[in-house]
Design a binder for this molecule. Structure first.
Ligand code: AMP
Length: 468
């Protein structure tokens, strides 16, 4: 998964992009990048790592100008490699262009093969580079026409921001799989505010921008010296990713008029109704299970307790002592509060189970802390299908729910009982949390009903690249 950010018309474009990306860090921790323009050329900096490691102040100081786009990446299509780090920035016959992408094209390989047959050379194996090549080859004159022509050929999920010396363009795919919103931020000493674009409005909260509205599915926003212009491209039935509410988005974000926090609490309330348990305490797997556990506890009229404590200091590498420690990896991330758990019947709530390894270890840890019973509740349906629209999920072979029944999963994780939120309950909870009317949702990871055809042309996740 990825996060994108854009800003136009602010003298501190690079610094604000850095902060905007910091607020989107949960959407991708593998690489980060910012491209700015001073109106004459583009300036780029990107690297592997977290936003604050990639951008020391001296790197930001080398990104001049009043417009920028940024990206945080978690590899989906394409592997974990610096060459796949975004934004991509290239020079072509009509100038320079940079692009940052959240989502996944489902016909990228097909398009790439056609381009390669015609002699195109690719530097990365990311689906986003295909878009850049197609733009460079377009016969249209204006950039928005070039982009529109290209996006008529692409399928799948894309929330995109483009930057040239002259304009910033933001586009959301016709189904609106991934969120994308528009905001405004005041500029000291100027009447006109600057425009900001972000995957989630939590970015706006951090930099003091005002949320204006969401970019519609199939809408293109062109922002330049003359201001902002909206252009409608093809539109389909909305298919916003429901997993954004389940796990991905930050709880302080609002998507499609619904507070992610409130939606997660609603998931928990429904889960309590669908799968009650005789218990003494309800504990979340922090952080993702917290709001739904609160909802569950409230509906079940049982105490909500932080029986698992999450360490916020887990780095990528750690020294494992020679003496074997049981469940070492998961203990680095979570520890149990014995004083709360000992002798209790515990309901433990997480948002989802992917391979089942985390929950299996957590259940053992809770038992080791003295729990009399452990009841696992999951605030979404069984994740049984891979996502082809931007979320990093393993193949069906590795997804435990694709291969085992709920009873088998209960047995595998070692719980006394197990309950997943139903698909109907999940969808209804999202709809109920807004007075803004219904929103079309994609739940393909739970049902296997893929709204946009997924063919064999999805790029494999680890195409080999030349070593540099
Ligand atoms: P697993 O141990 O493979 O079952 O992973 C389950 C954990 O991964 C849960 O705590 C989820 O919150 C979390 N999770 C679910 N989806 C994703 C994802 N796409 N990327 C990273 N973590 C995820």
């Amino acid at each position: 998964m990825c996060g994108v950010f854009g800003i136009w018309g602010h003298p501190e474009a690079a610094n604000l992009s850095y902060l905007g990306l910091h607020a989107l860090q949960h959407r991708g921790q593998e690489s980060a990048g910012i491209v700015t323009t001073d109106g004459r050329q583009l300036f780029a900096h990107r690297d592997m790592g977290l936003v604050h490691d990639v951008f020391p102040q001296r790197a930001l100081d080398r990104l001049p100008g009043e417009a920028a786009i940024g990206h945080v990446r978690y590899s989906t299509a394409g592997g974990s490699h610096i060459r796949n780090a975004q934004p991509f920035a290239v020079d072509y016959a009509r100038g320079s262009i940079a692009v940052a992408h959240n989502g996944n094209l489902t016909n990228a390989r097909d398009l790439r093969e056609k381009l390669e047959t015609r002699g195109s050379i690719f530097l990365s194996n990311s689906d986003t580079e295909v878009i850049v090549h197609l733009i460079a080859g377009s016969t249209q004159r204006a950039l928005d026409d070039r982009i529109a022509e290209v996006l008529a050929q692409t399928r799948g999920a894309y929330s995109l921001v483009f930057l040239t010396e002259e304009e910033l363009i933001a586009v959301r795919d016709p189904w609106g799989f991934r969120p994308l919103c528009l905001g405004e931020i005041g500029v000291p000493g100027r009447d006109k505010p600057a425009y900001v674009i972000a995957s989630e409005d939590t970015s706006f909260n951090l930099i003091g921008a005002r949320f204006v509205r969401e970019i519609e599915p199939g809408e293109m926003l062109c922002i330049g010296p003359k201001g902002l212009r909206s252009r409608k491209l093809a539109k389909q039935d909305c298919k916003l990713c429901v997993f954004e509410y389940v796990y991905f988005a930050r709880p302080d974000s609002v998507i499609a008029g619904r507070s992610v926090y409130h939606v997660r609490q609603a998931f928990g309330r429904r889960l309590a109704e669908e799968h009650p348990a005789e218990c003494d305490i309800v504990i979340p797997v922090p952080d993702s299970g917290v709001p739904s556990a609160m909802g569950y506890a409230k509906r079940a009229a049982r105490p909500f307790e932080m029986g698992l404590i999450r360490s916020h200091y887990v780095g990528r590498t750690f020294i494992e002592p020679q003496q074997t420690i049981r469940h070492f990896g998961v203990k680095l991330k979570f520890t149990t509060v014995r004083a709360l758990i000992d002798g209790k019947r515990v309901v433990v709530i997480d948002d989802s189970i992917v391979r089942g390894t985390t929950m299996r270890k957590i259940v053992t840890m809770i038992r080791d802390a003295g729990a009399k019973q452990v009841h696992v509740r999951i605030s979404s349906p069984p994740t049984a299908w891979p996502c082809y629209y931007g979320i990093d999920t393993p193949t069906r072979r590795e997804l435990i729910a694709a291969n085992q029944t709920v009873e088998q999963i209960r047995d595998y994780v070692g719980a006394d009982s197990m309950g997943y939120l139903s698909h109907e309950g999940l969808m209804a909870a999202v709809q109920d949390e807004s007075s803004h009317g219904q929103v079309g949702l994609c739940g393909a990871c739970f049902t296997g009903n893929y709204p946009v055809a997924v063919d064999d042309t999805v790029p494999p996740r680890h195409l080999r690249l030349v070593r540099v």
